[in-house]
Design a protein around this ligand. Sequence first.
Ligand code: 5GP
Ligand code: ZN
Length: 114
Amino acid sequence: MAHDCLFCKIAAGEIPSSKVYEDEDVLAFRDINPVAPVHVLVIPKQHLGSVADLRPEHTELLAKLFAAVQRVAAETGVAETGYRVVTNHGKDSGQQVLHLHLHVLGGRTLGPVA
Ligand code: 5GP
Ligand code: ZN
């Protein structure tokens, strides 16, 4: 586990979260400060800082993350109505938590992408 990483602690169950989906490699849980009726974070259990840390050896993990996105969409009821998947990297994006996460947003009409 990366030292003092919030999402590593959530993945390890050391900090509670409102879990939506979990498997061996991936965890999905509700954002603590939702900006849409559905706002779920999908993370790899292994520590990666952001999308910028993805390498060819993560191909399978990346597929699992997006498979989890589909499961989350189905389980939160937005698979048909639509949803947005967002990930931040670095200062200009406003990334706050330095552990790769996909925001799954839905449940209302979303504005144009920033
Ligand atoms: P970022 O800006 O890094 O892309 O997004 C980080 C997200 O993590 C934010 O939407 C924020 O609300 C969420 N977040 C921060 N701390 C916690 C926490 O302790 N639990 C949960 N469930 N979400 C958190
Ligand atoms: Zn981490």
